[in-house]
Ligand binder design. Structure first.
Ligand code: 5GP
Length: 177
């Protein structure tokens, strides 16, 4: 499946890498001696997570969680289902939930509520992109944000359209025709 209309680069590969270096530096300072668990939300966050952990210079662990948000591709319905759980016991651990993009906030709110019941020592969110204008639910502490972007459907750098385009090294959007 392909998209109609010309693709516009919103955030270049260089801009992404530069911002991730800053975020990795901040996390390394904030979590020194805490051995945080970085939890990637599948599937969109895996590219970001892979680059982010290599910008972090302190010991850390990585795990993944997978959720499905019902609704059309562009709008969450508010119903979220856990598809694949963590392998790590996060009780007493410092957890950083790593997301590709926060849109309505519904998916992350569900995840935060779910993970909180397991008694982590701390729980914060690290998102590459934030579509602030679209927020319906504030999903707890959005501590690290790469870029705030306008209300456009974006693809690339892990983000898909019908499972395609995740491999683009930059973030793009499609101009409506
Ligand atoms: P929320 O529950 O915050 O509305 O939605 C979060 C999820 O919706 C993201 O993890 C992502 O999978 C998907 N999503 C939201 N906006 C976009 C977008 O602009 N492009 C893509 N590819 N996915 C998006």
């Amino acid at each position: 499946m392909t998209l109609n209309g010309p693709m516009k680069t919103l955030i270049s590969s260089d801009q992404i890498q530069q911002r991730i270096a800053e975020m990795g530096h901040d996390i390394s300072q904030d979590y020194r001696d805490r051995n945080p668990v970085l939890v990637g939300v599948l599937r969109g966050s895996f590219v970001f997570l892979a680059d982010l952990i290599r910008a972090i210079t302190i010991p850390l662990e990585v795990d993944f969680i997978s959720v499905e948000s019902y609704g059309s591709q562009k709008n969450s319905s508010g119903v979220v289902r856990l598809l694949q759980d963590l392998n790590t016991n996060i009780k007493g651990r410092d957890v950083i939930l790593v997301e590709d993009i926060v849109d309505s906030g519904i998916t992350l709110s569900y995840l935060i509520d779910n993970l909180k019941t397991r008694g982590p020592a701390s729980l914060v969110i690290c998102a590459l992109l934030d579509k602030k204008e679209r927020r319906q639910k504030e999903p707890g502490i959005l501590k690290y944000v790469g870029f705030t972007i306008p209300d456009k459907f974006v693809i690339g750098y892990g983000l898909d359209h019908a499972q395609q385009y995740r491999n683009l090294p930059y973030v793009s959007w499609v101009e409506e025709e």
